[in-house]
Design a protein around this ligand. Structure first.
Ligand code: DNO
Length: 358
């Protein structure tokens, strides 16, 4: 496995490449061009500048998280063809700067959602939390306002004020959409892009839906073993694979993460892994804990052992961490402070070394 760190880009992340480089075992960053709207072609000059900037700090960039999918594609509108063509052009440009993996998601309308971005824990740290009752009762506008207020320094990916202006109409467009239609739209997209992914040697890794429960009446489709299987079967190419996110899939009780890693990993379908822990407070609510097994509800040893068993050679990154050591929101996006993720990265590498040598 190759240890990496998510970095939102020079103007978008208060955490510097200098600091990331100093985390033991770090080989590179996983990044994106956040300012380019979904559906547009990514400018080559921005890609080259980003690549060079990262390289000048002794780090690689081989994974993009994310190249987002335009809603027209998910909704299957006639305008999807143009957006798909643009997606392929972006893939071609990414191949030119040696990108080997693209992480993306198929979540309708919104990316991930939480009830709290800075929930206080007894040890004085704070973290993100999901409280089902709150989320089920809140309107999308109220939640967007809460995020804008709480994460005042940076826009939350997927919750940009620009997108929020038309959010009602976008949500309504999904009204009554059948699951089969959704899968058919995903297949249309995959069948168009996967031959290019093969040609360009890019692995596509779909990120599961987070949280794995419907919100605002939107379907959540990529949340368990069976529907991941269905998604992968839409296009059987090995380039059509997964970003295995333990935090997203682990938030659905009953998902056997090590078994899923073994099943999909043995088929060579896991291309990227987000490894983090979470702690259930009851049947539905959880907060994002420190990475250690002893702090959360997931067994990180079993997860890392499963990755080791499949001889996982792909990229891995620690995922959401707490804000610790007087780290304020100005020193990191929600979930993406420096210190707890750095601790997570070294912990995961420690587990890996012990498993590997044991
Ligand atoms: C949350 C992330 C997601 C992820 C996208 C992938 O912190 O894991 O936003 O980047 O869903 O497209």
């Amino acid at each position: 496995m190759k240890m990496t760190f998510r970095w939102f880009g020079a103007d978008q992340d208060p955490i510097s490449l200098e600091h990331i480089r100093q985390i033991p075992g770090m080989t590179g960053v996983v990044t994106s061009l956040l300012t380019i709207p979904a559906g547009d072609v990514w400018p080559m000059d921005m890609l080259i500048a980003m690549k060079e900037q990262v390289a000048s700090h002794g780090l690689e960039v081989e994974v993009i998280e994310s190249v987002n999918i335009h809603e027209d594609i998910k909704l299957g509108l006639p305008s999807r063809d143009e957006k798909i063509t643009n997606y392929i052009t972006t893939m071609e440009r990414l191949a030119k700067i040696d990108i080997k993996c693209i992480c993306y998601n198929m979540m309708p309308v919104l990316d991930w959602a939480r009830s709290h971005l800075y929930y206080n824990l007894p040890d004085g740290s704070n973290t993100m939390k999901y409280e089902a009752e709150f989320i089920q009762g809140v309107s999308v506008e109220e939640l967007a306002n809460r995020y804008a207020k709480e994460a005042d320094t940076y826009e939350m990916p997927g919750w940009e004020p620009e997108r929020m202006k038309t959010i009602r109409a976008t949500l309504e467009a999904y009204n009554g959409m059948e699951t089969d239609t959704f899968y058919a739209n995903m297949k249309y997209f995959l069948d168009a892009i996967i031959p290019h992914a093969e040609r360009l040697n890019i692995k596509m890794g779909v990120h599961p839906d987070d949280p794995p429960q419907p919100i605002f009446g939107l379907p959540k489709l990529i949340i368990s073993r069976d529907n991941i299987r269905r998604y992968l079967n839409l296009n059987p190419s090995p380039n059509n694979g997964l970003t295995f996110c333990t935090g997203s899939l682990g938030a659905k009780k009953g998902n056997d993460l090590p078994a899923m890693i073994r099943e999909f990993g043995m088929e060579g379908r896991i291309h990227f892994a987000h490894v983090r822990n979470l702690r259930f407070e009851n049947e539905t609510d959880f907060y994002e804990s420190a990475h250690l097994s002893s702090h959360g509800s997931l067994d990180m040893y079993d997860i890392m052992r499963a990755l080791h068993d499949i001889d996982y050679k792909g990229w891995i990154r620690p995922d959401h961490g707490r804000m610790i050591w007087e780290e304020t929101k100005r020193k990191g996006r929600p979930g993406y402070g420096l210190y707890d993720r750095a601790l997570g990265a070294t912990y995961l590498q420690g587990l890996w070394e012990a498993i590997d040598r044991g």
